[in-house]
Write a protein that binds this ligand. Sequence first.
Ligand code: CDP
Length: 225
Amino acid sequence: MDKLTLPPVIAIDGPSASGKGTVAQRVAQALGFHYLDSGALYRLVALKVLQDGHNLDDETQLADVARNLNVVFQDSAILLGGCDVTDDIRTEQCGILASQLAAYPGVRAALTDRQRAFRQQPGLVADGRDMGSVIFPDASLKVFLTASAEIRAQRRYKQLMEKGINANIADLLQDIKNRDDRDRNRSIAPLQQLHDAQLLDTSSLTISQAENTVLSWYDEIHAKN
Ligand code: CDP
């Protein structure tokens, strides 16, 4: 595809449980854009590894699992090998393992093309850790969406309770801090605020306020081009 005709991308990166998924989905809906939840791909690799019992030290084998994932995103459902795993990938166990597997360059490389394939007309909103840095470095708008670790632990707690998954706030806070450390300090595609990304701290914002901020930033860019 010619670079000039590539569909626009809004890249929303940020730490665990910052609310970027919810905001990204709402922005995509408001603009009629496609949506990529890149974290779901890492969680799917984790689930498959748990199901099949792969060796967690064998990067080549783990990269093969990532490359050969048989996954279908169907409306709001996610099918792995034909089975609905929409809720199964949301457990803390999957999230923690996803973050460990995501530190392997081979696993990340195996998922790159799959993520770029989501870039379709009329545009894409993609959320994750490296959307603006690695997967879509030419994104029209890059947002670094964050919130304090305490607020994120409360949000994750509420999200899990709504899904009927048991959780404990203190454990969640510790998990979030561990995951932040791992995501920020890994050598490949670390979580970082890029110099060309807009910072959006949602600690004291509602979801609608966060959504409207991203939409207004995108409107400004659109008006200039
Ligand atoms: O739900 P949460 O925000 O904790 O994480 P997620 O977006 O579902 O992603 C799960 C894990 O995959 C994260 O902890 C990251 O380590 C990893 N990930 C990544 O490395 N790169 C991405 N683009 C997306 C997720």
